[in-house]
Design a protein around this ligand. Structure first.
Ligand code: GLN
Length: 367
């Protein structure tokens, strides 16, 4: 792709604000909620993370694409972001072990990406004005029509998206002769969660978002897992019912991110949409049980209500986010159930929190 042949492109925010850039290759328009990730590495993992479905990703790191792509760095089988907004897009890459360029990867996956955007100004704007819908487009002379189309894009609050990314059929992961068996609900599961379980001698059966307790129970699992995923947790009524069934039987249960929010909702704690979410790989969390700090990988736009959690007689807050004191982890006092708002599988991200997978295995052993 010749740099000077690239088309003009825009970011149009729901409030009418426009930022200018250039397309990477593909022409067209993509809609979503605009959000930003502050990670300096890990772009391929981010683009393929199902939790980002329906979101236009702004990368705050100035360089995207510079180390190419690799199959091992995908978190699902396709790109899940609605589109990419970045500053400098590298058409060439310098990592010897890379399998191809990000440009080729996007072309294959039919992703709309735009660069040369003043991402610092854009991120400051979203930071001040909060999460909102937006579009990116190469159709730069048609603003009035684009505005009309943007007005029809549904709001993330109240939006159920797990069904759009969940597996259609259940499947197995790991060694069938492993010591433990875990039934995992796929409401947007990342591959690295499955890898982390399999590494700990777990054979996993992954179920679609609307699976019933009886379906999971038929696998005779030693433990249950609720995954991360996109959208608002509130409309996920089937997953909440499932969580209630598992909790009422006091079976070992672990939830990550969307799974954590589902566990909170199953306990009558409400969730809310944050002004801006947490998305990056250096989020400070304090473990209130050990009093140790953790640097964590995060990606969420909703959170659970702190006051309601504090008042809940059967829930203990185990982790807090040190930037804003939001709840980052909980456990049930009378049940074998715990969950975190962040990503212990950390792909990308630091591995401070992988002990949570060990804790899940301990909970299974002690059940
Ligand atoms: N990573 C996740 O599971 C995200 C959960 C939820 N979609 C949120 O934005 O808060």
């Amino acid at each position: 792709m010749k740099y000077n042949k690239r088309e003009k492109a825009i970011v149009l925010l729901a409030d009418g604000t426009i930022f200018h850039g250039k397309s990477i290759g593909k022409k067209g328009t993509a809609f979503g909620e605009v959000c930003f990730n502050t990670g300096a590495t890990g772009y391929q993992e981010i683009f393929t993370d199902p939790s980002y479905f329906g979101q236009l990703m702004v990368a705050t790191n100035a360089h995207i694409g510079n180390y190419g792509t690799h199959e091992d760095e995908t978190e699902s089988d396709s790109v899940k972001i609605a589109g990419l907004i970045c500053k400098n897009f590298s058409f060439s890459y310098s990592r010897p072990s890379a399998e191809g360029s990000l440009e080729q990867f996007f072309e294959k996956q039919n992703v709309l990406a735009i660069s040369d955007v003043d991402t610092r100004a854009l991120v400051s704007y979203i930071r001040d004005h909060g999460a909102m819908n937006a579009l990116i487009s190469t159709d730069v002379d048609n603003i009035a029509e684009l505005k009309k189309q943007l007005a029809d894009v549904p709001n993330m609050a109240g939006l159920e998206l797990a069904s759009k990314v969940s597996t259609k059929e259940s499947y197995f992961y790991g060694d069938e002769n492993a010591t433990y068996k875990v039934a995992a609900l796929d409401i947007g599961i990342k591959k690295n969660i499955l890898k982390n379980l399999a590494k700990r001698d777990v054979y996993v059966k992954v179920f679609p978002y609307n699976a019933k307790f009886e379906d999971l129970e038929a696998f005779k699992p030693d433990g249950y897992f609720l995954s991360n995923g996109p959208g608002d947790p509130e409309p996920l009524v089937e997953a909440q019912t499932l969580a209630k069934e598992i909790i009422s039987r006091n079976l070992p249960l672990f939830g990550i991110c969307l799974g954590h929010q589902v566990i909170a909702l199953a306990n009558g704690i409400s969730t809310y949409k944050m002004h801006n979410g947490h998305r990056g790989i250096n989020h400070p969390v304090k473990n209130l049980i050990t009093t140790k700090g953790e640097i964590t990988s995060q990606n969420h736009g909703f959170a659970i209500n702190r006051e309601e959690t504090e008042k809940h007689t059967d829930i203990e807050i185990t982790h807090v986010h040190l930037n804003d004191n939001t709840v980052a982890g909980i456990k049930m006092k009378s049940k074998n159930c715990f969950s975190v708002q962040y990503h212990p599988e950390a792909s990308p991200g630091p591995h401070d929190a992988t002990y949570l997978f060990d804790q899940f295995i301990e909970n299974i052993k002690n059940a």
